[in-house]
Design a protein around this ligand. Structure first.
Ligand SMILES: Cc1ncc(COP(=O)(O)O)c(C=O)c1O
Length: 485
């Protein structure tokens, strides 16, 4: 697109001036986003027809000015969705980012290192290993532990089950069974389906009143399966469920897993990062006994998508499950194959061959801000969730379903004089009103069959004043909907 005819250009090249101008404009957009997000709605959307009319274009032969394209993105794309990085986005598990990591992403794609094997990017591999070691140690793992950065929790859970199957069974077995509590994230049962486990091999286990795995029920299920000739080999426990932040009784589950010879995988996609904070560390006692742990930096470690992580107590299990073997006939990797295990080829630890330098942004931000700042950022989530619980209790109009734990509170409209079914319907209408309002995003989930609100205010810039305002609005909408019930 060079307009400077004195500069010879290859088809996709820009001059330095053009690169600078485009980069400056894009960077300014991102800085504006960081500066003004608080003044914006937490979510917005548009109907499909509008999106088609604005964004569906033919792929033109001729160039278009990137300024025009950036305008389109700024007006019709970036504002139209959930602002999961907004300080008042309290739904799901938010993904608050930080500017340093955003710059990290720019550097990652700008340099495009191939972080699949050691001598293709040895410095990058060492940084990934260093960051993995920080996380391993934080989770209580010692010598011999290892891991890999992946796209997110879904990939980490799937990879963990592959490693567990390889370690405990050596091959797929139609009698193999995996156990997980009924509060487990859907990515686990989806991973099992993808890996070829039938419904009879996916054993969902009941939870107790506090939404934590019922260890007695797990023990009974294992005994029944063994009696029926099945092969129990893996338990998935939670270190912070998506619904309520519940942490399963990790020590009891680890004891049982050891007795039964089962692989214990702990899904801490969102919760395990809290191990960097004393309160989280206390709540997560027993995490260190897991054979593998999912921990997503793109959740409570404030990184942009897509950054998940799988940690394994014994790194050799990842290697056994994922190494490129002779059977794979990767002839073009012959020169790589001569290298030693100590070199660490990440393509031997996970599914991907080509992978980006994923840990750069986490390394850059952890080092730039320091661990104390991250601990403080995690503390905000605990504090604002505690405040939300106190506010809801003081209101006298809401029932706390689960108290503040791992930065999540769940609650239901008391609806004096209304039936459960009426409160269910009212919850849905109140959620709609909240979405239309746009000040904050608070959504419902289903707990024990009943629609229930939840908040997960884990943004490092969340505050109690805005939480109070959001809950005030939610209460007003619930009161108005009650009057109509
Ligand atoms: C507990 C838990 N596990 C797994 C996942 C899936 O992670 P991802 O969406 O990064 O694939 C989530 C997502 O919120 C989660 O909360």
């Amino acid at each position: 697109m060079s307009s400077d005819s004195s500069v010879p250009t290859a088809p996709l090249s820009l001059t330095r001036v053009e690169m600078q101008a485009l980069g400056d404009r894009a960077l300014a957009m991102v800085i504006d986003h960081f500066e003004h997000i608080r003044q914006e709605r937490t979510h917005d959307s548009m109907p499909r027809e509008e999106a088609v009319s604005l964004l569906q274009t033919p792929l033109a032969e001729q160039p278009v000015s990137p300024d025009v394209l950036l305008d389109t993105l700024a007006r019709h794309v970036f504002p139209k969705g959930f602002r999961t990085d907004h300080p008042r986005f309290y739904a799901f598990v938010p993904s608050p980012t930080n500017f340093v990591s955003v710059v990290g992403d720019l550097l990652t794609s700008g340099h495009n290192l191939f972080a699949g094997y050691w001598f293709a990017a040895s410095g990058a591999a060492q940084i990934e290993l260093t960051v993995l070691e920080w996380l391993q140690r934080a989770c209580g793992y010692g010598e011999g532990a290892g891991g890999i950065f992946l796209s997110g929790g879904s990939m980490a859970n799937l990879s963990a089950i592959v490693a567990a199957r390889e370690a405990r069974l050596g091959a797929h077995d139609a009698r193999a069974v995996v156990y997980y509590p009924d509060q487990t994230h859907s990515s686990v049962s989806k991973a099992l389906r993808v890996l070829g486990f039938s419904k009879a091999q996916r054993r969902m286990v009941a939870t107790t009143d506090d939404f934590r795995l019922d260890v007695g029920a797990l023990e009974a299920a294992i005994a029944t399966d063994r009696a029926n000739g099945m092969r129990p080999f893996c338990v998935v426990a939670n270190a912070g469920t998506t619904n309520t932040g519940a942490v399963d009784p990790l020590h009891d589950i680890a004891d049982l897993s050891e007795r039964e010879g089962l692989w214990l995988h702990v899904d801490g996609a969102y919760g395990a990062a809290a191990v960097l904070h004393p309160r989280g560390k206390a709540a997560l006692s027993g995490l260190e006994r897991a054979d593998s742990i999912t921990l997503d930096p793109h959740k409570w470690l404030f990184q942009p998508y897509e950054l998940g992580c799988l940690l394994v107590r014994d790194a050799r299990h990842l290697h056994h499950a994922f190494r490129v073997s002779d059977d794979d006939h990767a002839d073009y990797l012959a020169d790589v194959a001569r290298h030693t295990y100590e070199d660490v080829n990440f393509f031997d630890r996970g599914i991907q061959l080509t992978r980006s330098f994923k840990a750069l942004k986490l390394w850059l931000s952890l080092r730039t801000f320091g661990l104390a700042a991250f601990r403080g950022a995690i503390q905000v989530g605990f504090d604002v969730a505690d405040f939300a619980q106190q506010w809801l209790e003081a209101s006298g109009q809401w029932d706390i379903v689960t108290p503040s734990q791992m930065g999540i509170v769940s609650f239901r409209w008391r609806g004096e004089g209304l039936s459960d079914a009426q409160v269910d319907a009212l919850t849905a209408r109140t959620a709609d009103r909240m979405r239309e309002d746009g000040y904050a995003t608070i959504m419902s989930t289903i707990l024990r069959g009943r629609p229930t609100f939840r908040v997960c205010p884990i943004h490092w810039d969340a505050n109690v004043g805005e939480m109070a305002e959001a809950l005030t609005r939610l209460t007003r909408f619930a009161v108005e909907e009650t009057a109509r019930a």
